[in-house]
Design a protein around this ligand. Sequence first.
Ligand SMILES: [Cu+2]
Length: 151
Amino acid sequence: MTALRLATALLLICASPLTLAAGMADGIAVEAAHIRQMPPAAPNSAAFLTVINTATTPVRLIGARSALAQTVELHDHVRDGEIMRMRRIEGIDIAAGAQAALAPGGKHVMLIGLKQPLVAGTTAQITLVFADGSEHVFSAPITPIRPAAAH
Ligand SMILES: [Cu+2]
């Protein structure tokens, strides 16, 4: 009996962190997601999406993961003289009931070190990671590059 109790206690202790780590973000919805197809030799790409916080509390997006790339970062564009440069950002705050648009020319999910060619017409999974440890998985279609708007 003692051994069984010990085993049960260990199971309970071990189960809790696992459950927390796998927690899905409540109240998060993703719309207009797509991943930019790049020429075969391109090392990097980006994903764009709108993150909607339907919850009654603010959330903070702090990162993302994907099997597509070695490294996945949150990026934004900042003006540097005449040109726009990308830089890494630590997080994106989304107020209760608000949404954050990650769109070309602005914030995006940067896919650095592509592990496989991006095939237009297929979809890929990306996991969003929030400051409270929750995650949200979504699928995004890979779409061809559209001609850049005139600057
Ligand atoms: Cu970038």
